[in-house]
Design a binder for this molecule. Structure first.
Ligand SMILES: Cc1ncc(COP(=O)(O)O)c(C=O)c1O
Length: 380
């Protein structure tokens, strides 16, 4: 097991861990940035999609090509990166409350702004801190979640630019359907965004103009403003099966792994785990794997998932429990025993496939990996 950097990992308490390959992260970053047209804004929110925000941010910022900015969701995520010594500019993608403006400005974070209340609070915080508050302006072109409505956006943008202690260094929007097979939204969203930029005379270069998430960056060259704002693809997974028509090659970054802690032979007819939902059709060898839904291994994989043992796929049998999953290793013969390594997802068994079995998306698989699972960092 690669163990080059344990600084962000809690101590081992159970034989389960998440291997995070920082070389793969850097390689994905460089691949996505090379699609252009400008540099990338690296999304490391939600603990870098479960991969460890501080270690991921440091790895991204230390290469020859660096992200233009990092992006997290909230003030507290930004503060955690600052506490970890990350000095890069950090965009806050979610809305902040006016009461959070002072903390954000003091830490040199860049909130998203699209209401007069937050703009005024940032300006006041800038004055109080004796510095100019940084922010990016967001326009809602169709997601209807955050951002100024298109009909109000130009007026708000102009009024925010008049605040003496507030600098709007970027403007952006977010796609609602770029990963959908029949995408009804993105073309209209790009034109609405361009109309706004033209109306306000905003030129890329003067401020950062960004829109493309992973799906748009991989799929729509016409939506590639500078910089792109990628998350899931940095971590080597695709947003959906439709989002990579040009076959951009990405490498999985995280592998969730565990060691077999018990093997038992059960007679044909024996039922397994809570609810007795699986019954052995033949005499079977069943491995106990110390990974359960409290580790982020979804319960919906009960009787549906597969894991990799010695490179071979073995079925999850019976219900996934809080701390333990049972796997049928009969096909592997008698050689598999205590301590054998099992891959729950990652290299050789993509998170996208596991997510599909679980009826979810790789975003949820990655971010669901629990805090009690130590992250173990390697560089390839
Ligand atoms: C505003 C915003 N931009 C960019 C991203 C990154 O999206 P993806 O992980 O699909 O690249 C997200 C993710 O949720 C987001 O909320």
């Amino acid at each position: 097991m690669p163990t080059t950097d344990f600084t962000d990992a809690p101590t081992f308490s159970r034989p389960i861990w998440a291997e995070v390959d920082l070389a793969a992260l850097r390689s994905n970053f460089e691949t996505l940035a090379a699609l252009g047209p400008g540099n990338m804004l690296a999304v490391v929110k939600a603990n870098a999609y479960g991969h460890g925000a501080a270690a991921s941010a440091r790895a991204l910022m230390e290469g020859p090509v660096r992200p233009a900015m990092l992006a997290v969701a909230s003030v507290d995520e930004g503060l955690q990166l600052r506490d970890a010594g990350v000095t890069a500019p950090i965009l806050l993608l979610s809305a902040i409350l006016p009461a959070e403006a002072r903390d954000a400005v003091r830490a040199g974070l860049t909130p998203t702004v699209f209401t007069a209340e937050v703009a005024a609070a940032l300006d006041a915080a800038g004055r109080a801190e004796g510095r100019v508050a940084e922010a990016h302006f967001k326009i809602d072109t169709g997601m209807a979640r955050l951002g100024a409505p298109t009909e109000e956006a130009a007026g708000l943008w102009k009024s925010f630019r008049a605040f003496p202690n507030l600098r709007i260094g970027g403007v952006y929007t977010h796609f609602a359907c770029a990963d959908e097979e029949d995408d009804p939204m993105s073309v209209g969203q790009v034109s609405a965004f361009r109309e706004f930029l033209d109306e306000c005379g905003i030129r890329s270069g003067e401020v950062l103009v960004h829109a493309a998430n992973s799906a748009a960056q991989l799929r729509y060259p016409e939506a590639r403003f500078a910089p792109a704002r990628c998350g899931i693809s940095l971590y080597g997974a695709l947003p959906s099966a439709f989002s990579n028509p040009f076959g951009v090659a990405l490498r999985p970054v995280m592998s969730l792994r565990a060691r077999v802690t018990h093997v038992r032979t059960v007679r044909a007819g024996t039922s397994i785990s809570y609810g007795a939902t699986w019954r052995a059709a033949r005499d079977s060898r069943i491995a106990t794997v110390p990974a359960g839904y409290a580790d982020g291994y979804p319960r919906s994989l009960s009787n549906r998932g597969q894991v990799l043992v010695r490179g071979q796929r073995c079925p999850v049998v019976g219900r996934v429990t809080m701390d333990i999953t049972l796997v049928d290793i009969t096909e592997l013969g008698a050689g598999v025993g205590l301590g054998e390594a099992v891959t729950l997802f990652g290299s050789g068994l993509l998170a996208e496939e596991v997510a599909a079995w679980a009826g979810t998306i790789p975003y949820e698989i990655f971010t669901g990996v629990a805090a009690r699972v130590p992250r173990v960092y390697s560089r390839g």
